[in-house]
Design a protein around this ligand. Structure first.
Ligand code: SF4
Length: 177
């Protein structure tokens, strides 16, 4: 099941910045937003490629950033295999690298693996990487298909990350570094 997130304070982290590229992972963050708003994750009869609650979330974020003087653009991933930032192709990473050169900062909406994908893309030049969400646990839910072509999650629980798990992740990260 997907990861579950809390929002982080992006606005204060963009103080003094005038432009930012928002890079959303379309999978776990979109599920998180749909679950917390108790709305369908996908409404396939309306759109095959977008989750409406997450789209509203992105619009709202752009609006708040604009009010803080930050011009933004969303780095869109339309194809399903591009939805998972932890598994992007090198071509996709190169495209991101090209786009980020026009911005002072990149706002990542996703987990540490998504952030790592972005850090790799911007490592050769000075671009601030801002995390817009933090992982709180893993979603446990029942997938529900409803007429007409809605995909929702019900009976949702968040299995919190344990301290032990966080510690062992740090050990694994050190071992592979
Ligand atoms: S990058 Fe992270 S948030 Fe995105 S699909 Fe992979 S595990 Fe989920």
């Amino acid at each position: 099941m997907p990861l579950h997130f809390n929002d982080l304070d992006v606005i204060s982290k963009t103080d003094g910045i005038t432009s930012a590229l928002i890079v959303p992972c379309n999978m776990c963050p979109a599920v998180t937003v749909a679950v917390r708003e108790k709305k369908p994750f996908m409404q396939l009869f309306k759109s095959l490629l977008k989750s409406a609650p997450f789209e509203n979330y992105l619009k709202e974020l752009q609006h708040r950033l604009k009010e803080n003087g930050v011009r933004t653009k969303i780095f869109r991933s339309y194809l399903y295999h591009q939805w998972f930032m932890c598994m992007w192709t090198s071509g996709r990473q190169k495209k991101l690298e090209k786009y980020t050169k026009q911005y002072e900062a990149v706002i990542v909406l996703g987990c540490e693996s998504a952030t790592e994908t972005v850090r790799e893309a911007v490592k050769s030049y000075n671009c601030k990487v801002i995390e817009g969400m933090e992982v709180t646990g893993i979603v446990n839910a029942k997938l529900k298909l409803q007429s007409p072509c809605n995909i929702s999650f019900t009976d949702c629980k968040v299995i919190a990350k344990s301290k032990k798990e966080k510690r062992s992740l740090r050990v694994i990260n050190k071992a592979v570094a």
